[in-house]
Write a protein that binds this ligand. Structure first.
Ligand SMILES: NC(=O)c1ccc[n+]([C@@H]2O[C@H](COP(=O)([O-])OP(=O)(O)OC[C@H]3O[C@@H](n4cnc5c(N)ncnc54)[C@H](O)[C@@H]3O)[C@@H](O)[C@H]2O)c1
Length: 389
């Protein structure tokens, strides 16, 4: 560890799993020294292998030279001793998504690092404010939410807790921007920006399916061809894994005090109960044994059905975007960046909503609310204001 002690900026990563390894590689590729700590030795070994093999791929694709690859790899140091993080000026935690395990770790970390070290969590769903409340110095704590794979996805949500001191988020943001990341500022609210705004993409699609208004291949076909999304909602849920996707929805729903707009789906819950977790288990909404052409033959090519599917999902997405800005969770500009860089939507939702017509979106939602008499379809006041402009 001694050879890196003189370096000015050292980043500590706690948790050498999927996210920790990707973040470590990102920082090292930008020239920072990184110390990766994990309590499990095999996790450190796996991280070492993952970073080396990614660097090898970069060399093979001529993204970097083999000398650069060696330089980057030299910047990454693995340790099973938490005390080795003492010289870090920023520590990002990426361990198991459990509040008690994370809180215990931050208590130990506070005794190891300097008073001015910024402490960050990469949590996807836990309250930053609650995690901060367990610290002796909660003012230096914030969320830095990277997306998977962290060395490829450009977006980072910079999430301030109510205790986060002025300047800490800005300082962390500047640091992460030197890693060529695109940062957006978010208030500490369930799902932050992306995991909140993206909920209707899954939940409205599930709702259309559960009501038997359209089948799964048709909904996916419409959202990819008419909508231009890279993956249809069911393909995407299968890809993410239903255990993960269902848990995020359930957490957001509970955290917003059971707001019906985020209510999870029974169809998805059944998949989780059955262990049909999607791509990782060979079966989710789709069965990997069944050929794509079989599913293609099930697509219903009725224009009115296509319009209904797209309009419902799209209107709910734009309404969720408006709600997020209306509640001052983030700025409109950051929301557009978050959806295009964090979940690869083809357009920003405000830009798209404006072209489609805010008045038309309001009509779609009002018609749905009239039909279902559910709060789920209530129109955000900001959307009504935008329609008047
Ligand atoms: N995987 C994703 O898509 C994704 C995306 C964004 C954020 N996140 C968040 O990032 C965090 C990590 O997720 P992941 O997918 O990388 O998990 P992972 O299971 O791949 O890795 C977690 C690592 O943490 C280590 N660990 C657990 N407890 C520890 C402790 N007390 N001290 C030190 N090391 C410990 C484990 O050994 C493991 O190597 C979670 O909070 C998750 O919500 C995940």
């Amino acid at each position: 560890m001694s050879e890196i002690m003189n370096t000015q900026q050292i980043t500590g990563i706690v948790g050498a799993g999927t996210m920790g390894s990707g973040i470590a590689l990102t920082a090292a590729a930008s020239g920072e020294s990184v110390i990766v700590f994990d309590s499990v030795d095999t996790a450190l070994q796996r991280s070492d292998v993952m970073i080396k093999s990614t660097l090898k791929q970069w060399v093979e694709k001529s993204k970097i030279t083999s000398e650069q690859s060696d330089e980057i790899f030299k910047k990454v140091h693995f340790t099973s001793d938490l005390n080795d993080l003492s010289s870090c000026t920023l520590v990002i935690e990426a361990i198991t998504e459990q509040i008690q395990i994370k809180s215990d770790l931050f208590k130990k970390l506070e005794d190891v690092v300097a008073a001015e070290t910024i402490l960050a969590t990469n949590t996807s769903s836990l309250s930053i404010t609650l995690l901060a409340s367990g610290l002796k110095c909660p003012g230096r704590f914030l969320g830095l939410h990277f997306f998977n794979p962290a060395h490829i996805m450009p977006l980072v949500e910079v999430v301030s807790a109510i205790q986060t001191q002025t300047g800490i988020a800005e300082s962390a943001r500047r640091r992460v921007e030197t890693w060529k990341k695109i940062c957006v500022n978010a208030k500490d609210t369930p799902g932050f920006i992306v995991n909140k705004v993206a909920r209707p993409y899954y939940s409205e699609a599930l709702r259309i399916f559960e009501e038997n208004l359209a089948n799964i291949p048709t909904i996916d076909f419409v959202m990819t061809t008419v909508g231009g999304f890279k993956m249809g909602p069911f393909q995407l849920m299968d890809f993410i894994g239903h255990d993960v996707n269902f848990t995020v929805t359930e957490t957001v729903w509970k955290s917003f005090f059971y707001d019906s707009r985020y209510r999870p789906s029974l169809a998805q819950q059944k998949l989780v109960e059955a262990g049909f977790l999607g791509k990782k288990s060979g079966r989710g909404f789709y069965d990997s044994q069944i050929s794509a052409s079989t599913y293609e033959s099930q697509i219903n090519h009725t224009k009115d059905l296509h319009i209904m599917i797209f309009n419902r999902i799209f209107a709910m997405l734009v309404n969720e975007a408006a709600d997020t800005v209306y509640r001052t969770i983030c700025s409109r500009e950051d929301l557009e960046l978050a959806v295009t860089k964090g979940v690869n939507y083809p357009n920003g939702l405000f830009e798209w909503g404006e072209v489609f017509g805010y008045g038309k979106i309001i009509d779609i939602l009002d018609t749905l609310q009239e039909r279902y008499r559910e709060e789920r379809y209530r129109v955000c006041p900001l959307l009504r204001d935008l329609a008047k402009v």
